[in-house]
Design a protein around this ligand. Structure first.
Ligand code: HEC
Length: 208
């Protein structure tokens, strides 16, 4: 199931959709991205300050991700003996609404399958990347994401890039950005393009 969140041309990932091309890449990477996103969403869901509307959207996305996780793991060939119990345990905690325990279990599982972010950290911020990142952002993202500090319905990507651990932010870029029908809804951006975007988001005084 693919679910559109917000009126966007891009999907915010439920990862029910296997991501075939560059962005998420190989099935192993898809699994790592999915686990990282579940853990990240679980943490926000468990936080007392998270408003109800956001909670509802996060729960929906987690539910969807948990639903497809078994399939993703099979595709990635990563099902060791401990996997079924770990997955069942996660689903139980989520279904029981034990959010703090769920967040902890999701984080442990993600830590056991860490997304490789060597391409993004350390991140070389070069003039070339800044200029590529700026033009991608202006052309494809700004219309919804608006710019530093201004995000209302779509998050401020500049703040997000600065605040979040790099692994989490990269997972959101890899798993959260989708193309349209022309890319088979796959993430259309290469790692280099996403690194350029990240460099732009992090650059001091990046222009809106
Ligand atoms: C058509 C509108 C639209 C466009 C264009 C768009 N986004 Fe988004 N994006 C959204 C909305 C809305 C959300 C918040 C959805 C939610 O969290 O419920 C979002 C969320 C995100 C997130 C957070 C995902 C997560 O895991 O919570 C990232 C990262 C992101 N967008 C990156 C981008 C980038 C990079 C571009 C440009 C290449 C882009 N977006 C273009 C609307 C858009």
């Amino acid at each position: 199931m693919k679910r559109r969140l917000g009126a966007c041309a891009l999907f915010v990932c439920t990862l029910a959709c296997a991501l075939p091309t560059q962005g998420a890449g190989a099935p192993e990477r898809t699994l790592d991205v999915q686990l990282e996103l579940i853990a990240a969403d679980a943490r926000v869901l468990a936080a007392a300050a998270t408003p109800p509307v956001r909670r509802a959207a996060l729960s929906e996305r987690i539910r969807s991700n948990l639903g497809s996780l078994g399939m993703t793991a099979r595709a990635a060939g990563r099902q060791d003996a401990a996997w079924p119990a770990a997955l069942a345990g996660l689903r139980e905690l989520f279904a029981a609404g034990k959010l703090a325990a769920f967040a902890g279990a999701a984080r442990r599982l993600a830590a056991a399958h860490p997304l490789d972010v060597a391409y993004f950290e350390p991140l070389a911020v070069t003039p070339q990347r800044l200029s590529t990142g700026r033009s991608i952002y202006r052309r494809y993202c700004q219309g919804c994401h608006l710019g530093p500090g201004a995000g209302r319905w779509a998050p401020d990507l500049f703040a997000m890039a600065r605040k979040e651990p790099r692994r989490e932010f990269v997972a959101r870029l890899l798993g959260g950005v989708f193309g349209d029908r022309t890319t088979g809804h796959a993430n259309p951006f290469s790692d280099e393009a996403l690194a350029s975007l990240t460099a732009y988001f992090l650059a001091p005084g990046a222009a809106k």
